[in-house]
Structure formats: structure tokens, C-alpha cells
Design a protein around this ligand. Structure first.
Ligand code: SF4
Length: 312
């Protein structure tokens, strides 16, 4: 649906003269071409995106050279997200866009999970999480919220006592995370942070392009350790091992997908360690949420092959 709408918008803009050659009688030429990828998450990583655009398998490239030096077809290339481009008018003509608003700008957040009013909201940067969860989203539907996960699969999981954290780039970076996609998942007291971390690591493992061993192999071992925790087989030493492995994968992976794969585990162990410890030594998951996946695959080749581009 998004692809169809974006395509229609480009056609309309071209018809109206906003795109093309000599725009509105000036010497300025500008155009937009939309390329459809095979749909894997790794295709959004900047160097993987370049490979996809060139009809290759969606796998990250080692850097240097950085895309600004050698990118698409070996030429200097600037890569931006849609959100960055959407913010350019605010930078070029701030007086037309920020009247009465927070001068730091806003961020679109998508609130889901155990809240009364899930949905998308644009909040001023600097808004405390507690205000987003209890105000805009109408509060937790499961008593008091246990935790919140911010920033999508590679994001951070914060306990309730961190809800004074503000929605902005610096605050989350200091906690080891990033605003990322702006997704905010609220966990009630009947949710399990270990089960959530396992779900998110499993997603990242499925999306791994398999180029570098820390991500390709490390995420599988992290999943095995999380399964041991979830089933009650793990002991306290396994949590230390899990933490060390997550940090190692974060330090040594080639691209951001691998570096962020274990963020939910690292922050979960830091801010919600008692939830992990409550599973240990035969006790298992107190909420019954932890279940090992039974459909794990070795590599999501079909999504990262770039066949959509090659078949054109
Ligand atoms: S970190 Fe993962 S996704 Fe990134 S290049 Fe390595 S294997 Fe591929």
C-alpha cells in the first residue's frame, strides 16, 4: 500500500512540475525514482541498500570505503531516511514550521502493547516516557506498567523506574539505545521481558544476512541461552555468559543490525535483572510467556537474495 501511494505521489508531483527538468522554469533539475526491494529488514542498512539497488544480494559491505566516498555504482552517495528528508523544511524555513512548537522539534512515536489508546503520536522531543504512556496512551491496561521497549528490534528495554527518561536522542543513547523507529511497546505486569527479548533477537537472527560470524553464529547462541533461561534450565552463571556474549556480538558485528541485535537483552539484564533471575534454577517463566521457537531457520536467503531486482 505504501509503495503504491508513494508511486502515485511521484507521478502527481511530476505532472504538476515539482519533479523533472528545469523545474518551474529554473535551471534546477530534480527527480525521484522508487526501487522495490525484496523486503528484508537488512535491506534498510545503508551499504546493504546499495547492494540491493545494484541488483545484488542484500548484504552489508565492510567500511571503509564509506558510501559518501564510494557508494552506488562506486560513486559518492548520500543516504538518508525518509524521516530525515521530511525534516529538511524545518531546517530550511524554521519560522514557517516551529511557531509555538518545541524548538528542538518533534518525534513520531508508535505506542503499542498494554496501553488503553495504542496508536501513533507526534510528541515534542524531551517529553518524559511517563507522559507518553500514562497521558497520550491512556495508561497501562495491565495494572502498573512493568517496562517499556523503545526503538524496535534493536531498541532498549527500560523498567518502570526509568519512565522519567525523556523521548530524545541523547537520553536514550546514554542508556545504550536509540530512538530508532520511534516504536514504544509497553509491557504490563503479566508480560515477560525475557520472552520479549527472545522474540526480538529471533527476529534479528532471521534478518541477519550471514556475512559476519558474530551476528550469524552469535545470535543463535544468544537464542539458545535465552531458551535455557526461559525453560528454567539456566543458572546465575548463564546470565553472566549471556551478557558477555551480547556485548561481544555488539562490539564485533559488521553492521548496525548485528550491533543492536542484543540491545534488548543487555538493557533487560541491566534494568530488569530480577525478571531474568526469577526464571533460574528450575523455576521457569513466572508468566508462562517463554516458549522456544519451533520454526527456526538457518538463513533467510529468500529475503536477502535481491531476486526482485535481478528478475527485472
Ligand atoms: S552484522 Fe549481521 S546483518 Fe550485519 S553484516 Fe554481519 S551478518 Fe550481516
Amino acid at each position: 500500500l505504501g509503495l503504491a501511494r508513494a508511486g502515485r505521489a511521484v507521478v502527481q508531483a511530476r505532472r504538476q512540475g515539482y519533479l523533472g527538468r528545469e523545474i518551474f522554469g529554473t535551471a534546477f533539475d530534480f527527480d525521484i525514482e522508487i526501487c522495490e526491494s525484496a523486503g528484508a529488514s537488512i535491506g534498510g542498512e545503508e551499504t546493504s541498500l546499495l547492494n540491493v539497488l545494484q541488483g545484488r544480494r542484500g548484504a552489508a559491505r565492510p567500511r571503509p570505503p564509506f558510501p559518501a566516498v564510494s557508494g552506488l555504482w562506486g560513486r559518492p552517495t548520500l543516504i538518508h531516511s525518509l524521516e530525515t528528508l521530511a525534516n529538511i523544511p524545518l531546517l530550511v524555513r524554521p519560522e514557517e514550521h516551529s511557531a509555538g512548537a518545541n524548538p528542538a522539534g518533534t518525534k513520531v512515536v508508535c505506542v503499542s502493547g498494554a496501553v488503553s489508546i495504542p496508536g501513533v503520536a507526534e510528541v515534542p522531543l524531551g517529553t518524559p516516557l511517563s507522559e507518553v504512556i500514562n497521558g497520550i496512551a491512556g495508561g497501562c491496561t495491565d495494572g502498573e506498567a512493568l517496562a517499556a521497549h523503545l526503538g524496535g528490534p534493536g531498541g532498549v528495554t527500560l523498567a518502570r523506574d526509568r519512565f522519567h527518561t525523556t523521548v530524545d536522542f541523547g537520553s536514550l543513547r546514554s542508556l545504550g539505545g536509540d530512538l530508532g523507529t520511534g516504536s514504544l511497546l509497553v509491557l504490563g505486569t503479566s508480560s515477560c521481558p525475557v520472552a520479549l527479548a527472545r522474540f526480538l533477537v529471533d527476529f534479528c537472527a532471521e534478518e541477519s544476512c550471514g556475512t559476519c560470524p558474530p551476528c550469524r553464529i552469535g545470535t543463535r547462541v544468544i537464542l539458545d541461552l535465552l531458551d535455557r533461561v526461559g525453560s528454567g534450565e539456566a543458572e546465575a552463571a548463564d546470565l553472566d555468559r549471556l551478557e558477555r556474549l551480547c556485548q561481544h556480538v555488539r562490539r564485533t558485528s559488521l553492521c548496525e543490525l548485528g550491533r543492536r541485535t542484543s540491545s534488548s537483552v543487555i538493557t533487560g539484564l541491566e534494568y530488569l535483572r530480577s525478571s531474568y533471575e526469577s526464571h533460574l534454577s528450575g523455576r521457569g517463566c513466572p508468566t508462562g510467556s517463554c516458549r522456544p521457537s519451533d520454526d527456526r531457520r538457518a538463513c533467510r536467503i529468500e529475503s536477502t537474495s535481491g531476486m526482485v531486482e535481478l528478475s527485472r
